[in-house]
Ligand binder design. Structure first.
Ligand code: ADP
Ligand code: MG
Length: 349
């Protein structure tokens, strides 16, 4: 079944098609009285070639949304498309191949293989798939991520920022259609976090990649073109052309009105969108692949989320109607530009 025509759903109007789409996406964990509705009939469009951030309190369904859109987790009801392919209903095998070929992942905990060096980690998903990397592309990725002189190092010999850059390169190696990053800066110091955000921005602006990133941090969200706000398993708000300040303001306002919004179904305790609730995440998506320890989300509290909220590279992509703030993107605050950011290819065999 092809995607439904463009009725309104949160998300950017597709500039260049829709990279992912969900209609009536519902995900329940457990059953009966103990059932948790992690996603409650979510409609969303992820525009191709854009950088979308997903924010919301711990437990609001951010990771679940990402996993369901990426085909890492099954849905309870509703439909999900990756490009024109409806993935709900695909057989495991087909889903695995689709994920491997078309989606890249990045996690808070990097998920590198400790016994492999950086280069081997980068090409692992493709090696598993029996695919040959495009060497010219790989060179570009490695150079822009500043990993040229680190390729023989193992993860333990690399800093956190370098490890996440390796994870970026791994995600980008196969040029996936869509990159999902679940709090990719959550374990990084602010400088490394800004670097990674700059790379993700570059991946969108220069390489035409599509990025969906879960974050708690308004500063990180400010690198995106669009922020989707999740609460109690629903998308309750969206903001185009975000800045750190406007996101923070929205979160405060959101927090204030939260008790009266229909979205607050009372299924869970209200938690300020500002998060700061460590240990509350209990994701349970299917394993991301053959990568050992490739848990989609390690549930660790944010170590030191980067702040600063500067746009990674120049103005946001145009055509973002309904800009809630009208505030122009601030200039480039990333310490380094010129690199693709990315995700890990899930390495299913
Ligand atoms: N495997 C699971 N089993 C049971 N409940 C789960 C599982 N994964 C997530 N949940 C619940 O679903 C809700 C959404 O979780 P999650 O998507 O991880 O939220 P977020 O990423 O926004 O913190 C939470 O209430 C969480 O406890
Ligand atoms: Mg999460």
């Amino acid at each position: 079944m092809s995607p439904p025509a463009a009725e309104h759903a949160p998300g950017l109007a597709p500039a260049d098609g829709t990279a992912a789409r969900a209609r009536g996406l519902t995900k329940a964990y457990g059953s009966g009285e103990t059932a948790v509705i992690a996603l409650d009939s979510v409609d969303v469009d992820i525009a191709r070639g854009r950088f979308t951030a997903v924010m919301g309190p711990s437990g609001s369904g951010k990771s679940t949304l990402m996993h369901c859109l990426a085909g890492l987790d099954t849905v309870s009801a509703g439909q999900v498309w990756l490009g024109d392919t409806e993935i709900t209903g695909l057989k495991d095998r087909e889903l695995t191949r689709l994920r491997r070929d078309r989606v890249g992942f990045m996690f808070q905990s990097f998920n590198l293989i400790p016994t492999l060096n950086a280069r081997e980690n980068i090409t692992l998903p493709m090696d598993i798939a029996g695919q040959k990397p495009d060497e010219a592309w790989l060179d570009q990725v490695i150079d822009t991520l500043g990993l040229r002189d680190r390729l023989r190092h193992r993860p333990a010999q690399l800093s956190g920022g370098q490890q996440q850059r390796v994870a970026c390169a791994r995600a980008l190696a196969s040029r996936p259609e869509l990159i999902f990053a679940d709090e990719p800066t959550g374990n990084l110091d602010s400088r490394s976090g800004l670097e990674v955000l700059g790379f993700l921005r570059e991946a969108v602006d220069r390489l035409g990649q599509t990025v969906v990133m879960v974050t708690h941090d308004p500063g990180a969200a400010a690198h995106s073109d669009l922020v989707l706000f999740l609460a109690d398993g629903r998308i309750v708000d969206e903001m185009h052309r975000p800045t750190a300040e406007s996101v923070l303001e929205r979160m405060k306002r959101f927090d204030v009105v939260r008790g009266t919004t229909p979205s607050d179904g009372g299924r869970r305790n209200a938690v300020a969108p500002d998060e700061g609730v460590p240990g509350a995440e209990t994701p349970g998506a299917r394993d991301a692949g053959t990568l050992p320890n490739a848990r989609p989300d390690d549930g660790r509290p944010d170590a030191s989320p980067p702040h600063g909220g500067r746009q990674g590279s120049g103005p946001s992509v145009g055509g973002t109607p309904g800009g809630a703030t009208g505030v122009a993107h601030p200039g480039d605050g990333a310490p380094r530009a010129g690199g693709p950011g990315g995700a890990q290819g899930s390495g299913e065999g």
